[in-house]
Design a protein around this ligand. Structure first.
Ligand SMILES: Cc1cc2nc3c(=O)[nH]c(=O)nc-3n(C[C@H](O)[C@H](O)[C@H](O)COP(=O)(O)OP(=O)(O)OC[C@H]3O[C@@H](n4cnc5c(N)ncnc54)[C@H](O)[C@@H]3O)c2cc1C
Length: 440
């Protein structure tokens, strides 16, 4: 069975690693960029390891990576972010983020009475009996809830940080999605960890695995430009080659790009419900210092401006030179602008707020900057998981392809959905092949 995988990001590489583990498969991973990894692309600069997308893993002990570690024999180490060094800033005052029972008791974002209420809410989520899952959205739940304004703000803020969206958008996330997400996360003994060495630690091993099967190859700088079906086989044309024939095709790229590729094909109309999906975008401010400028905490979330700064090197010491420090600032963004000028001004304001936060907690940081990368429009999730959007299923009725990526149905959010959907499509292709072989 010959398989084409279009897209060499986390989802495509995961699917290829599972499939190439079987000797009776062959195939190609097509990637349009010169490098693999997609939004998890990692690069070195002046001794710092920078990711295009961050490499925080939420609930690693219950994460798809845990299954991949066993099934694909991946080897990686992770380190948990120190929960006692995770703080919220509200009206200029710092207080522990209520990540676990100890922090909940210490935090000032809730009063003693509200703490009892919030612990009861967590217990209900863990026990799978929280009312949230019966509500269409978090907003609907909060409108009905008798909780205090502080508890409501905390719910919004949690969803902002895990889904990388603004409070207004957090209110649009489905109650069921949130209940399931936090059921998993609250049961985890390791809420936030970093993979030591960034995403490259994982992607390099997936690439090596694919390379172990000689019947597989990876074609970079080779975008797939068109696809047709002839005599039950798929025929692909790329920028450099024509008439490449495959038995199966996996799309492992953002749904917006799938829609474009399938334009003017018989399958275009089936993509209609997914065409207007919106993505999650953030402003990212990576900065590497020649020395540790300050280390008062490892993660600070500014509740007033919806900005956070992670001291990535405080947890993953491999990403900075021995005496250096790597910070990553992220601002959640609104996307309701009347024109480009308004958007430009908004992004400028967010950049200034970010720099003001650096000034406050990392005084004189500008003097020690070794590397800096500011991206005003980074796509975190190709489909924002709000109730008005629709994640793409791994298979669609009447469409002969498979779909995976962070905009597809799968377990978890962000990178976990890329991994879990990549794994799921590979497993269903292998199961299908096995069933076919048994019936012949
Ligand atoms: C700033 C930022 C912070 C993030 N933080 C985290 C985090 O802390 N934790 C977490 O879990 N996730 C995080 N993410 C999200 C995570 O990076 C993504 O969910 C994940 O990388 C998506 O992988 P993917 O394979 O689905 O898609 P992609 O990475 O987009 O891969 C798709 C690939 O397809 C290729 N392609 C497109 N069209 C074609 C074509 N026609 N032919 C060939 N190739 C094509 C593209 O070049 C791309 O390489 C973050 C992302 C960003 C941007």
């Amino acid at each position: 069975m010959r398989i084409a995988i279009i897209g060499g990001g986390l989802a495509g590489l995961t699917a290829a690693a599972y499939l190439s583990d079987h000797s009776d498969t062959s195939g190609t991973v097509f990637e349009r960029s010169p490098q693999l990894g997609g939004r998890a692309f990692t690069y070195e600069k002046s001794g710092f390891t920078l990711n295009y997308g961050a490499h925080a893993v939420y609930g690693i002990d219950r994460h798809t990576l845990h299954s991949m570690e066993e099934e694909l024999h991946l080897k990686f180490q992770s380190k948990q972010v120190d929960k006692r060094k995770v703080v919220y800033a509200k009206h200029g005052h710092l207080t522990p983020a209520p990540l676990d029972f100890v922090n909940i008791m210490k935090t000032d974002v809730l009063t003693a009475r509200e703490k009892v209420r919030f612990v009861a809410e967590i217990a209900a989520v863990i026990g799978n009996i929280h009312h949230l899952k019966q509500h269409r959205t978090l907003g609907d739940y909060l409108n009905h809830s008798h909780a205090s304004a502080e508890v409501k703000e905390l719910w919004e803020h949690l969803v902002c940080s895990n889904f990388f969206i603004t409070p207004e958008e957090a209110r649009k996330v489905s109650g069921e999605v949130i209940a399931e997400y936090y059921h998993n996360l609250f049961l985890s003994g390791r809420p936030v960890s970093y993979i030591l060495g960034s995403w490259a630690t994982i992607t390099d091993q997936l690439i090596d695995k694919i390379g172990d099967n000689e019947a597989w190859d990876i074609a970079v700088k080779e975008p797939v430009e068109s696809i047709t079906m002839e005599d039950g086989k798929f025929v692909l044309n790329t920028k450099t080659r024509q008439q490449l024939v495959y038995d199966q095709v996996i799309f492992a790229m953002p749904v917006q790009q799938v829609t474009k590729l399938l334009e003017d094909t018989p399958w275009a109309s089936t993509m209609e419900p997914y065409k207007n999906n919106t993505s999650t975008e953030v402003l990212v401010y990576d900065v590497g210092f020649s020395k540790v400028v300050a280390r008062p905490f490892h993660y600070i979330s500014d509740m007033d401006h919806k900005i956070f700064i992670s001291d990535v090197s405080a947890t993953d010491y491999t990403v900075a030179p021995v005496h250096g420090q790597l910070l990553q600032g992220i601002a959640y963004l609104n996307d309701d602008f009347t024109d480009e000028e308004q958007k430009k001004q908004y992004l400028e304001l967010k950049t200034q707020q970010m720099e003001a936060l650096f000034d406050k907690y990392y005084p004189d940081w500008r003097e020690f900057v070794e590397v800096k990368r500011v991206s005003k429009k980074a796509m975190v999730a190709s489909v924002k998981n709000i109730h008005t959007n629709k994640l793409l299923p791994n298979r669609l009725a009447g469409v002969p392809f498979f779909f995976c990526g962070d905009g597809c149905e799968g377990k978890g959010e962000l990178a976990e959905r890329a991994f879990s959907s990549g794994r799921a499509v590979a497993q269903s292709i292998l199961e299908q092949a096995q069933t076919k072989a048994l019936t012949i």
